[in-house]
Design a protein around this ligand. Structure first.
Ligand SMILES: [Zn+2]
Length: 484
């Protein structure tokens, strides 16, 4: 199959993408790929250096005669998200990805493909040895550890890049140009709890079957939050029986809307009586959910106690605090139609011996509104008597509609593909914004080829679109560096 990939156009891009796919590069474990990138740059006659964080910068000399043109940086992250199908034997630390072509798309067998952002990286590397692309001096900036926390970009050396223009390649829809993104910050809430002996039956109450989704890009879909639905149910059950929480847990990563949550509790109620109430509460839950989530379930079953129950007071405090922590869209943009401006995700709850720990993740394209929602979450935690740790987070990339890159991108894309591109701001974090906060005079734009289902084993990238975007990138460099 590798032969077929290497025959695809543009061959230089696919050559590098193929080589990248053979070197394991999960987030935080990019060293082998970074080393390979250095040696490829070396062989291509380009210089490469590293900042203290480990980000790489390759300098590609200008096409002869264009050395005086303004320098442009092309940026991609080195790491990839590692997801595989559950029944697949695959070790992301050691195994090369198995690429294949299906219906005009490249994908990997049973794993993520890493086209996010490997295809952008391959385009940057291809420019090292592509005589057909006429450009000025280039810097290819390869950042570390984007997927787990934008860490390479957050620790990027200041006064290092020489370019005043940067192209971020981490956008996944051809014809969409991103010119701004939200900033964000997480909050940890530590609520102390007390436990006491309580003699009752023990039950497990579970919310399952919600869709979940990305806490930025999909927060506008009104997807159910399993933790909130679980707490609604517990509060209703408290009307008819004594409930003493033993354990409550739900959610996963900070950027995922919780799909599942469960509580283990002791109660003076009986299983048949509680199960009857739970049936009714399940119907009410489903009435709160959209048509997409009607498979959601609320189920109670008998369980055994693995810890002493919380006091009545602690139980009520935990449930009320979780219910009061906001979740979902907070404000919509007035300037940009349909753009979520501010949102927050009640992402995760877990129980320890002496405390319940909650994680929330908030975003806004307005730094003041981000502070407001963080302040609101902190106030809820403190009202409940919790210790609150608000993280520093990362700043938004505020769109510059007067950017000198918008007009040439629009004109060139329309000329080449006979359709007008879209310029938009997204409600998610992109490295472009963080890098811009370190280099305030940098003019940044982001674009890339079609990539579907990134971060899942169905990830795939469209071959024609890779060709289109690479051709566009080369022509765009010529236009903004040489013909401006
Ligand atoms: Zn990415």
């Amino acid at each position: 199959m590798s032969d077929e990939i290497l025959k695809l156009n543009p061959q230089l891009v696919w050559k590098y993408f193929y080589q990248i796919s053979k070197i394991p590069h999960p987030s935080g474990k990019e060293a082998a790929l970074a080393e390979a990138v250095c040696s490829w740059a070396d062989s291509a006659g380009c210089t490469v250096d590293k900042d203290r964080a480990g980000n790489l910068r390759i300098k590609i000399p200008a096409t002869e005669g264009h050395e005086k043109a303004p320098s442009v940086a092309i940026q991609a992250h080195l790491d990839m998200v590692c997801e595989k199908n559950t029944d697949t034997q695959f070790n992301f630390d050691t195994d090369p990805l198995q690429l294949r072509i299906v219906d005009g798309w490249v994908m990997a067998t049973d794993t993520t493909l890493g086209a996010d952002n490997g295809i952008g990286l391959a385009m940057g590397l291809a420019l090292m040895e592509d005589p057909s692309c006429i450009h000025g001096p280039l810097e290819v900036l390869c950042t570390l550890d984007e997927e787990t926390g934008l860490n390479g970009a957050l620790n990027l050396a200041p006064s290092w890049l020489e370019s005043n223009i940067m192209i971020n390649t981490d956008t996944e829809d051809e014809g969409l140009f991103i010119i701004g993104c939200a900033g964000g910050a997480d909050t940890d809430i530590y609520l102390p709890i007390e436990r006491e002996a309580y003699d009752g039956n023990v039950f497990r109450l579970t919310v399952k079957g919600l869709k979940g989704g990305h806490s930025g890009m999909e927060i506008n879909q009104n997807l159910g939050n399993a933790i909130h639905h679980l707490c609604n149910a517990i509060e209703n059950l408290q009307l008819e029986a004594e409930i003493r929480l033993i354990d409550i847990r739900g959610g996963d990563k900070h950027n995922a809307i919780p799909r599942e949550a469960e509580a283990v509790f002791a109660s003076d109620g009986s299983l048949p009586a509680l199960a009857l109430s739970v049936k009714g509460l399940e119907i009410i839950m489903c009435k709160c959910l959209t048509a997409k989530e009607q498979d959601a379930s609320l189920v109670i079953s008998a369980a055994s106690a693995e810890a002493t129950p919380m006091t009545a007071d602690s139980t009520t405090k935990v449930v009320r605090m979780l219910k009061a922590i906001p979740h979902g869209v907070v404000t919509m943009s007035i300037d940009i139609p349909l753009l979520v401006e501010t949102s927050t995700n009640l992402a995760n709850v877990r129980t320890k011996e002496n405390e319940v720990i909650v994680l929330t993740s908030s975003r806004s394209s307005n730094p003041e509104l981000l502070n407001n929602i963080l302040g609101q979450i902190s106030a809820v935690g403190k009202l409940a008597g919790a210790r609150v740790n608000t993280h520093t987070g990362y700043p938004p990339w505020e769109p510059d509609f007067d950017s000198a890159l918008i007009a040439p991108a629009k004109q060139l894309y329309s000329e080449m593909f006979n359709k007008s591109p879209e310029f938009n701001v997204i409600h998610a974090g992109l490295e472009g914004g963080i890098i811009k906060s370190r280099y305030p005079s940098l003019d940044v734009i982001s674009f890339g080829p079609n990539i579907e289902s990134p971060h899942s084993p169905s990830e795939r990238t469209e071959i024609q679109s890779v060709e289109n975007i690479y051709r566009f990138l080369c022509a765009f460099l010529t236009r903004i560096q040489i013909n401006s």
